[in-house]
Write a protein that binds this ligand. Structure first.
Ligand SMILES: Nc1ncnc2c1ncn2[C@@H]1O[C@H](COP(=O)(O)OP(=O)(O)O)[C@@H](O)[C@H]1O
Ligand SMILES: O=C(O)[C@@H](O)C(=O)COP(=O)(O)O
Length: 426
């Protein structure tokens, strides 16, 4: 297998979002969980997205993990590797978007890296280096209250500079509108001025196609699914792969079994989706105070689910409003509470799988990472899209047998996401 496009994703929901975009734009794609074991039989694909859980870890740890994934991808022919970050640029000033981007670039021989989180299909646009989320500046959007990475600055040039050793330039919209040649010469100019990264504006698919075409000629880029779209279309044009949706029917062959939803995302979209789910499914809201004090809350949740799950899907959620989250964090600390809750939701999910759940929806990036790790799932095939950025996933090489999952980024999906997801997972 020669990989036409490689990617390293900083979390698992983000990986499935990107894998969905690559698939929709013609690339046969597999999502691996970490670097696959050599014994795992992977399907023949055009693109591999290696999912890592490094969004919220120390930068040196992220650099080391991404470096290993990069070598694995390059050894299998990937000439270009996209570092998939969140479309809302989730990171802190100690975050790793800058350090990983610089390390991947150094490993590939240096140069300037094109960076853009734009993903217009989900309302993420970048203009003059400022990120907008559904029309609101990032720092005024619900992301200002993210439990782990509160985003308080919409100026991404400034955000990236704070995380980087090198300096960061801007590829503005008029340059991008002028087409690939203009973008390439502007990048050359910025590189000549010693810049190691450039934040690229993008408000439409056309901008992303231009950026994808330019980025593909370089060894590394950093961005979200929007840049993935541009890269996939450029790869499809150059390698003459199909431009049709590459999702396979195999990916959604029914698996039967029971179904459940586990949520740890506290994003505005997930909170609304939980309210809507309450109208049609039993929903258990975990008492996170109790959860942090001991394991009883987990076993209580598992027995609550056990009494109901034979009759239909159940929902178990730790998710809470920004006020409740910040109260808990001031008592137990941000990282400690986040980590303890992720461990709890992953434990609940694995107990439910042990009781026959084969169709599982998980809401939240860190929450999904902890759950997929706990279930030790090695890889996923990409099925059809449930909502922009969220595909149905079918496990590959799973010890518990085939399962269908949906890993929902906190901010993605319409109000009825949970019902819509389960109706596509049989
Ligand atoms: N009630 C709560 N109080 C504090 N933190 C919480 C609560 N519920 C969930 N969390 C934590 O918030 C974080 C949400 O992050 P994540 O799962 O990535 O969601 P998203 O996709 O919305 O970013 C996780 O670390 C999760 O454990
Ligand atoms: O790019 C995106 O917005 C998503 O793919 C993503 O990474 C979201 O992260 P979580 O909300 O933490 O799942």
């Amino acid at each position: 297998m020669t990989i036409l496009l490689g990617s390293i994703a900083d979390d698992y929901t983000g990986a499935s979002d990107l894998a969905n975009t690559l698939t929709k734009n013609g690339l046969r794609t597999v999502q691996t969980v970490g670097i696959p074991d050599p014994t795992l039989a992977l399907p023949d694909v055009d693109a591999v997205v290696v999912s890592l859980k490094i969004r919220s870890v120390a930068a040196d740890e992220a650099v080391a993990a991404a470096g290993k994934a990069d070598r694995w991808l390059r050894d299998r022919g990937a000439a270009h590797v996209l570092y998939k970050i969140c479309s809302t640029f989730d990171s802190t000033d100690e975050g790793n978007i800058g350090p990983v981007t610089e390390a991947l670039s150094r490993a590939a021989g240096g140069g300037i890296v094109l960076v853009t989180p734009a993903f217009p299909e989900t309302g993420r646009t970048v203009y003059l280096g400022h990120l907008f989320v559904n029309g609101q500046p990032l720092n005024e959007s619900p992301l200002k209250d993210h439990p782990l990475n509160p985003m308080r600055d919409a100026n991404l040039v400034r955000v990236l500079v704070r995380q980087s050793r090198g300096s960061v330039g801007l590829l503005d919209l008029p340059t991008i509108a002028a087409g690939p040649a203009a973008v390439t010469s502007r990048l050359d100019l910025l590189r000549g001025r010693g810049m190691t990264a450039a934040i690229a504006d993008a408000i439409s698919e056309r901008d992303l196609e231009t950026l994808g075409e330019v980025a593909l000629k370089t060894p590394v880029s950093t961005g979200a699914s929007g840049l993935g779209l541009g890269l996939a279309r450029a790869v499809a044009r150059s390698a003459r792969t199909s431009t049709a949706n590459a999702a396979t029917a195999e990916a959604i062959r029914p698996v039967g079994g029971l179904s459940a939803i586990v949520a740890g995302s506290c994003s505005a979209a997930t909170l609304r989706q939980l309210e809507v789910a309450e109208r049609s499914m039993p929903v258990l809201r975990l008492d996170t105070e109790k959860l942090l004090k001991g394991a009883d809350e987990i076993s209580a949740a598992v027995s609550w689910a056990g009494e109901r799950i034979a009759d239909g899907p159940v929902v178990i959620a730790a998710s809470a409003s920004p006020e409740v989250v910040s109260r808990l964090q001031s008592q137990y600390g941000r990282e400690a509470s986040g980590h303890a809750i992720e461990t709890a939701t992953a434990t609940v999910a694995s107990e439910l799988v042990a009781r026959g759940v084969k169709r599982l929806v998980v809401a939240g990036g860190e929450t999904s990472g902890a759950t997929v790790d706990r279930l030790a799932i090695p890889a996923f095939l990409i099925g059809p899209e449930i909502a922009p950025g969220v595909p149905v996933l079918r496990t590959v090489g799973n010890a518990q047998g085939d399962m269908l999952l949906a890993l929902k980024s906190g901010n993605f999906g319409g109000e009825d996401f949970f019902g819509a997801a389960l109706s596509m997972m049989r």
